[in-house]
Structure formats: C-alpha cells, structure tokens
Design a protein around this ligand. Structure first.
Ligand code: ADP
Ligand code: MG
Length: 219
C-alpha cells in the first residue's frame, strides 16, 4: 500500500535520514522505536506527506506521491491519511463531536453521512456519551480517543501516530492500544506508530528500529 525507497533528509549538516526503505501493507500495525533524536518523527512526517524528503521515492498504491503539491497534496492527505500526535491537538472551543467532524468539513463531505460516521466511530471508541463535551471536560484518555476518531473520520488508508500514548497513564495507554488492535481487526485499519511503549511495540505486527539514520527491521 505504502512504499518508500531510499528516503534521505538533512537539516543543514545533520543527516537525519540516511536512505530509508519502508513498506506497509493494509490492516497491519507497524511500530517504529528508537532513541530520542533518531529521526522517527521526521520519517513519520515524510511518510505522511507532512514534510518532504531531500531525496527518495514515495508511492501510495503504486502512485508517486512525493511530487504532489498544493490542493492535490492537501486533498490526498485529508482523505488517505490520518494523524494522531502525543498531545491531542483538539480545538478547545469545539465539542468532541465537532472536533471529530473537522476532516469531513474540510473535504466538504455530505453532512448526514459524516454525522453517521462520527457516531459510529464514537461508539467503537466508547466515547458516544462524551459527544457534546468540550476537550477541557474530558479525561486525557478520552481526549486521545477523540483524536483517534478525528484521525479516522475520512476513512484513511493509513493512520500515522507519533507517541500516541506518551502522555497517558498506563491504564489509559493500555486501553488505547487495545483500540488500535480493534480498529485493525474490525475496520482493517493500517497504522504506523512511533512509540517508546514496549507493550505497544510487542503487540504490533512488525517492529522497526530507527538508529544512525537507518531503519532496521527487528525480529
Ligand atoms: P525523534 O522523533 O526520533 O526524537 P526527530 O525526527 O524529531 O527525532 O529529530 C531528528 C533530528 O533532527 C534531531 O536531532 C532534531 O533536533 C533534528 N530536527 C528535527 N526537525 C528539525 C528542523 N525542523 N530543523 C532542524 N533540525 C531538526
Ligand atoms: Mg519524535
């Protein structure tokens, strides 16, 4: 589904990514681990088209997406890809439901269908009773589940998550991890997850380590 070849990225003299090859199949959870500063976020942003590589190729279902620009790029990103960050980045003035609907508004999706999709996602994620609450009225675990629902709103092919449980206590982290498995099994959702969490890495379908600018498959 997603395939990257010889991805390279420098920041000035600093070579952060030194020729990364990566492949992801549908309905798989792929974990990326590695020390802080190794370039995990940089790689995730490039794979998710939030940032551009200096060199290398990026294909999505056989289509070269590394050269997409402007409205084609934003439309691709908004429809094919979802993001979850360590901090939920929800808009504080909007309810949980409104936050979840934002990607659908941006894509100008049909309202009734979007509302249905939002309801469905809130149900799967166990936050339907929180629909009309604002982020400040939700627990950390609930906020992150709203962020997951928002990432899934437009039915993306791939969800990229950067240390999604890094800000949660162990109980909420464990619940979030079970939800990732459920979304993989019930919706066929594919994930690329940067994590320091050993349990999350352990339950993933594959593990890769970022180190010295290279990505190596573990086990
Ligand atoms: P990780 O997510 O593995 O902790 P990052 O991808 O965030 O690592 O960063 C990798 C390296 O690139 C770090 O040394 C960081 O300081 C550097 N870096 C990241 N983004 C930038 C930037 N926009 N400008 C300059 N250096 C950056
Ligand atoms: Mg990072």
């Amino acid at each position: 589904m997603l395939s990257a070849k010889n991805i390279q990225k420098h920041y000035g003299e600093l070579k952060v990514l030194d020729g990364i090859d990566f492949q992801l199949d549908a309905a798989k959870i792929c974990a990326i681990v590695g020390p802080s500063g190794a370039g995990k976020s940089t790689l995730l942003h490039i794979l998710g088209t939030l940032d551009q590589a200096d060199f290398g190729e990026l294909y999505f279902n056989g289509e070269d997406i590394s050269q997409l620009k402007g409205s084609k790029l934003s439309s691709f990103r908004n429809n094919a890809i979802g993001f979850i960050f360590q901090f939920h980045n929800l808009l504080p003035e909007f309810t949980a439901e409104e936050n979840i609907l934002i990607p659908a508004y941006i894509s100008k999706k049909e309202e009734k269908e979007s509302m249905q999709r939002a309801q469905e996602l809130m149900k799967i994620l166990g936050i339907e009773a929180r629909a009309q609450h604002k982020p400040g009225q939700l627990s950390g675990g609930e906020q992150q589940r709203v962020a997951v629902a928002r990432a899934l709103m437009n039915n993306p092919s791939i969800v990229f998550a950067d240390e999604p449980s890094g800000n949660l206590d162990s109980k909420n982290a464990e619940e979030l991890h079970s939800l990732f498995l459920k979304l993989r099994d019930e919706l066929g959702q594919a994930f690329v997850i940067v994590t320091h969490n050993k349990e999350l890495a352990a339950i993933s379908d594959e593990r890769h380590e970022m180190k010295d600018g290279k990505l190596a498959r573990l086990d």
